[in-house]
Design a protein around this ligand. Structure first.
Ligand code: PMP
Length: 440
């Protein structure tokens, strides 16, 4: 019996006892291939001796120093490195302990910026439906996952939502990608005008939608159009790369592939690679300068921000993921994964779409390929796939997403960046078998 309140109450979870490379072993000696990096967390693989050494060395020096008294080499050098890696225009870093914390900090940063520049009337946040930005109250309010929000709705701060960029379902047959992007940008502009041209703080979006839709990138040009709309009305652009950032899509920041520079970016998961709980918010100099020249502080903070051991671990994880060849491997293995999945499952009557970018892949299931009608939610197909996959030694991340109130099932794959071709092929084989066992 467990005394832990796990996310799902009931099923006995296997006990993980060791991890090496792309594998986790449980107490019964069963080995699982980590096809999802947990929840897109494990970036450079499990059991990396260099990261453990970096953490140990930091702990030998000092494990914790509160950031209202001290800064540390570990935190400073991580921030320096993140700014070096980011596109020009993201100049400062705020270190937190995870993704939801990063989103909360980003929201408050954006609001405080408006106050500092003399626009305190700005009070609205716009995000997208079918998105996920975390589980704390502010982040949950920002997210547009109707199922996750439902029972908490009465205590969520008001947030406004527009359509996601989800071409496979929503791009009209007579519409080019450009027209589709323009239509969505217009929808955002209309929403801003409805709320008041000078009333909106920020627009928040995931460059590649992770936990709600399953690795859905935007169409070419979408984010450039969005950036233009935000600029027209002084609305900050916050990109949430908690899941898709830090190398997951084959570039360190996912938005590098979109040709835009946001005002604020959140990262987490892959940044610490699971070695430590850590997240970061990157922000532009204009926001930092407004704080410095205004009230002289960012009115926010948690006890563990800038934690030295977490920063030391992340510093080494980032060093490893930026070594020559690593991002090439993410691109090449991502392609192999999608091609393998298409070969194994592309003709299956319940496979609607296989998509993604880099080692961030999604498989969407449907009841009918032509109408794209989701499977009956009562079947709980995503849960069955997870069980069947675990029984075959595969960790994948199946979800019952929400498509305009109808739950659709998809599987997210996000293996470590060090994965090799034979391991990719094992994921394909095991997932194909698990899906066939789950849906027939
Ligand atoms: N934003 C995005 C895009 C995410 O995918 C997640 C986690 N799945 C979060 C925020 C929240 O991160 P965390 O679970 O670390 O709080």
């Amino acid at each position: 019996m467990t005394r832990i309140l796990h996310r799902s109450i009931g099923p006995d979870l296997p006990r993980a006892v060791s991890g090496q490379g792309v594998y986790i072993t449980d107490a019964a000696g069963r080995r699982y291939i980590d096809g999802s990096g947990g929840a897109a967390v494990t970036s450079i693989g499990h059991g990396n001796a260099e990261v453990l050494e970096a953490m140990r060395a930091q702990m030998d020096r000092i494990a914790y120093a509160h950031t209202s008294f001290f800064t540390t080499d570990a935190a400073e050098s991580l921030a320096d490195r993140l700014v070096e890696l980011a596109p020009e225009g993201l100049d400062y870093v705020y270190l937190v302990s995870g993704g939801s914390e990063a989103v909360e900090a980003a929201l408050k940063m954006a609001r405080q910026y408006c106050v500092e520049i003399g626009q305190p009337q700005r009070r609205h946040i716009i995000a997208r439906r079918q998105s996920y930005h975390g589980n704390t109250i502010g982040a949950l309010a920002t997210g547009g996952n109707a199922w996750r929000r439902a029972q908490f709705q009465p205590i969520l701060p008001e947030t406004h939502h527009v359509s996601p960029c989800y071409a496979w379902r929503d791009q009209r047959p007579d519409e080019t990608a450009q027209d589709y992007a323009a239509r969505l940008a217009q929808e955002l502009e209309d929403k801003i005008l409805e709320l008041g041209a000078d009333q909106v703080i920020a627009f928040v979006a995931e460059p590649v939608v992770g936990a709600t839709l399953g690795a859905v990138p935007a169409v070419e040009g979408y984010f450039r159009r969005i950036r233009e709309v935000c600029d027209r009305y002084g609305v900050l652009l916050i990109l949430d790369e908690v899941m898709c950032g830090m190398g997951r899509t084959g570039t360190i920041f996912a938005h590098e592939q979109e040709g835009v520079v946001p005002d604020i970016v959140t990262v987490a998961k892959g940044l610490g690679g699971g070695y430590q709980p850590i997240g970061a918010v990157l922000l532009s100099a204009k926001i930092y300068d407004a704080f410095r020249d205004g009230s002289g502080l960012f009115q926010h903070g948690h006890t563990y921000i800038g934690h030295p051991v977490a920063a030391a671990a992340a510093g080494k994880v980032v060093e490893i993921m930026t070594r020559p060849g690593m991002m090439d491997n993410v691109q090449a293995m991502g392609l192999r994964l999608r091609e393998g999945l298409k070969a194994a499952l592309g003709e299956h009557p319940n496979i609607g779409d296989i998509r993604g970018r880099g080692l961030f892949c999604g498989v969407e299931l449907v009841a009918d390929r032509d109408s794209k009608q989701p499977l009956d939610p009562g079947l709980k197909t995503h849960a069955k796939i997870k069980r069947e996959a675990m029984a075959r030694g595969l960790m994948c991340y199946p979800m019952g997403g929400t498509i305009d109130g109808i739950r659709g099932d998809h599987v997210l794959l996000a293996p470590p960046y060090i994965i090799q071709p034979d391991e990719v092929d094992q994921i394909v084989d095991r997932l194909a078998a698990a899906i066939r066992a789950a849906v027939g």
